[in-house]
Write a protein that binds this ligand. Structure first.
Ligand code: ADP
Ligand code: MG
Length: 715
């Protein structure tokens, strides 16, 4: 109880930065734990290397004999670095990763041992894995699940204090080939986007078009809390957020923390952590303090979406492990502290290839501009048509606390383009930006784009989906979430829009209008139907919440209970089947898994509220009351009445909460989610309100839980 809190305060005041080895020169450590093309070239014959390179770069089928050679080289490399085990690592529908380790060892009949790693072991694995959520996919089919190596994401070494494991990024599927993971849909969405983009670029007269790939750079926000405090808070340990805690008094929130000097203990943690990332080939690029006290951000340089998604998961894992080593608990929860800025993950996203470059870069010539306008228009259309889907893929109990709370993007999906670009699209819509009939291709309106600032000063932080010079930034994603879901949704909506554009463009071009006229005609139609989603104003303002819904027809989807059913709408089912990203069965399983996760996480929290209120907070109030009573004094001022009353109110809420979570009369999971979102969350807040009031009444030395000011400020 209060003893652990007081001990934590003592320990932390004398805490010193964790002693680590000096950080190593970048050249020496960069990607040293990755078996990438570079290592392959060093350890393979020319012909084997040529074959695997083709597989890695363009997905060509790998001959079994080559796979054997690659596997043997991989094993030698891994064993020379201390590995005795390997594992396929895969990405189930939870936001976590999963792995099953197997030894390289084989014993002989004479008791000696050798090691072996064949191509087929590299390529295919069969973890039992039946306990991963699969949304009925494996009950209706065979129970088996398979992992298969994804050669486009390089294997790497995971070190512990006294050993290492070779990790092989993999997909995870059922016996009948249904995707049970987050990687397969991402790869599929990328090829859907590629094939639609190819059509548009061909129509635009491009002849040499390399495979298109989406890119992702994710900015990760997180909190660090001293583990002594964390250990005294069951809510932080089990739910990842504080379920109780009186808010900081006004003014404390800011404390010059944002971009301020990083405390030394944290700085040492960051250096250690980033060296680990460099070894793994993850290009850590910026780090700084975030808005809230105790909050920080790390952003690696962008990579291809598939690799970035794997690296993002690995980054979260490494961050938690390294924080622990430094005596911190790393909180990735979207809202660990009420009343304090929450954590998001901005997903920077673009598409491009080796021949046309970044298609969301306005470029330097009018022709590049036309491609840019089409791709940018395609995104606008996508967000308008599938805004609710974008809301659904970032839905979680935790992210609900953050979205729409005037610190994070609103739960209404709109697009921010910046003043200049917004004007260009407006002019296209009204026809003000007309096309010259001969020569001088586009040197009127589009010159605006040519001068477009890379990093416009008028950043709009209130927008959930913003154009930032050469990419879009999806800002509503939660800090603990996998980036795969958002990337899948963005790639797929883009594929759908590019298909639409290709159809329209083909028709317009066959009417023998010139290319520029055709592009403008298509974009005009697109803007007339979808221009409503563009919004450059204050996304936090109450007026926007009103106009967005009433005048623009956009949807405000406040909770996960409202958002997840979007996955069951015919529009979304059709989108994913037509693009080949999810079969209806696969999509249905996603709904089921995410809905179940929502229910579970609210139930865990509700049970913790009941337990902590009953066994920690109520007893503290009683101790205080009895200590007041034991003085035997009749004081003019006594908090006893207020304490007794508040403690009773808290226990009344707790009782109602216990009854509420015991109910199980729901016909559908939608009904259950709604009940949790409204009734159960409401009761948890009631109990918390009383508890937080008690925190301000009960004697400080009797209070059992570390307080906000302690957790957030003592460094
Ligand atoms: P800010 O905080 O100003 O938004 P950061 O520098 O923290 O910017 O993060 C920007 C992120 O966007 C980085 O991860 C960066 O690599 C990424 N990024 C830049 N260009 C692209 C691109 N073409 N595609 C995807 N991500 C990109
Ligand atoms: Mg950003």
């Amino acid at each position: 109880g209060n003893k652990s809190r007081l001990k934590a305060i003592q320990e932390i005041t004398s805490a010193k930065p964790f002693e680590t080895e000096m950080t190593q020169p970048l050249k020496k450590i960069w990607a040293c734990d990755v078996f990438g093309l570079h290592q392959m070239e060093e350890s393979l014959s020319k012909s084997a290397f040529k074959a695997i390179k083709k597989t890695v770069q363009s997905g060509a089928v790998l001959e079994p004999s080559t796979a054997d050679i690659v596997a043997a080289a991989m094993k030698d490399w891994a064993m020379s670095k201390g590995a005795k085990f390997f594992s396929h690592i895969f990405y189930p529908m939870t936001n976590a990763t999963a792995e099953k380790h197997d030894g390289f060892i084989i014993t002989n009949s004479d008791g000696t041992c050798i090691t072996e790693f064949t191509g087929s072991l590299l390529i295919k694995g069969e973890p039992d894995g039946s306990s991963f959520p699969n949304g009925s996919l494996r009950m209706t089919n065979a129970a088996r699940g398979y992992t298969a190596w994804d050669p486009t994401s390089p294997p790497y070494m995971m070190h512990t204090a006294n050993g290492a494991v070779l990790m092989i990024p993999s997909v995870f599927m059922s016996w009948t080939g249904e995707a049970l993971d987050k990687k397969i849909p991402l790869l599929r969405s990328n090829s859907a986007m590629d094939s639609a983009a190819q059509k548009v670029l061909k129509l635009m007269g491009e002849t040499d078009i390399a495979t298109l790939n989406s890119s992702c750079g994710a900015e990760q926000e997180y909190f660090l809390i001293d583990e002594n405090f964390a250990n005294a808070r069951p809510d932080l340990l089990l739910a990842g957020r504080t379920l109780f805690g009186a808010p900081l008094s006004k003014g404390q929130q800011f404390d010059d923390h944002y971009f301020g000097a990083i405390p030394e203990r944290v700085q040492v943690f960051m250096q250690d952590f980033e060296d680990k990332l460099y070894r793994l080939g993850i290009p850590a690029k910026t780090h700084h303090n975030e808005v809230a006290p105790g909050q920080f951000e790390i952003a690696p340089y962008f990579e291809s979406a598939n690799v970035a998604a794997d690296h993002q998961q690995l980054l979260m894992t490494m961050m938690k492990i390294t924080a622990k080593k430094h005596g911190f608990l790393c909180l990735l929860h979207e809202k660990p502290f009420a009343g304090i800025n929450g954590s998001g993950k901005h997903v920077n996203w673009s598409v491009g290839n080796a021949t046309q470059g970044n298609l969301l870069d306005p470029g330097h010539t009018p022709h590049e501009n036309l491609n840019f306008l089409l791709f940018c228009g395609a995104v606008i259309r996508g967000v308008h048509k599938f805004g609710p889907l974008l809301r659904a893929v970032i839905a979680s109990a935790a992210n609900d606390h953050r979205l729409g709370a005037n610190e994070a993007p609103p739960a209404i999906l709109s697009v921010y383009l910046g003043t200049q670009l917004e004007k260009v699209f407006d002019d296209i819509k009204t026809g003000a930006l007309h096309v010259p009939t001969s020569g001088g291709l586009m040197d009127l309106g589009l010159s605006q784009i040519l001068q477009f600032e890379r990093d416009p000063g008028d950043r709009n932080r209130t927008s959930p989906f913003a154009f930032t010079g050469n990419r879009f930034e999806f800002r509503a994603v939660g800090s603990s979430q996998s980036v795969s879901g958002p990337l899948v949704a963005m790639n797929t909506m883009l594929a759908d829009s590019l298909e639409w554009i290709a159809g329209k463009l083909e028709a317009a071009l066959s009417n023998n209008s010139n290319e520029t006229e055709a592009v403008f005609a298509v974009l005009k139609e697109l803007m007339e139907e979808h221009g409503n989603v563009i919004f450059g104003g204050d996304g936090y303002s109450p007026e926007w919440h009103k106009t967005a819904v009433e005048e623009r027809g956009l949807q405000n989807i406040p909770t996960t209970a409202d958002a997840l059913p979007v996955l069951k709408t015919q529009e979304v089912i059709d989108l994913f089947s037509r693009t080949g990203v999810f079969t209806p069965l696969e999509l249905a399983s996603r709904f089921e898994v995410y809905a179940e996760q929502y229910v579970l996480s609210i139930e865990v929290e509700a049970k913790l509220v009941i337990e902590m209120a009953t066994t920690m907070i109520f007893p503290a109030a009683i101790s205080y009351l009895s200590s007041i009573a034991s003085t035997g004094l009749t004081l003019e001022y006594s908090p006893a009445g207020a304490v007794a009353e508040t403690a009773s109110a808290m226990m009344a809420s707790v009782e109602q909460l216990s009854e509420a979570i015991a109910l199980d009369h729901f016909d559908t999971i939608e009904e259950h989610m709604n009940f949790l979102a409204k009734d159960v969350c409401g009761l948890m807040l009631d109990a918390r309100a009383s508890a937080d009031k008690l925190e301000t009444l009960v004697a400080d030395d009797l209070w059992p839980l570390p307080k906000y000011r302690e957790m957030l400020f003592i460094k």
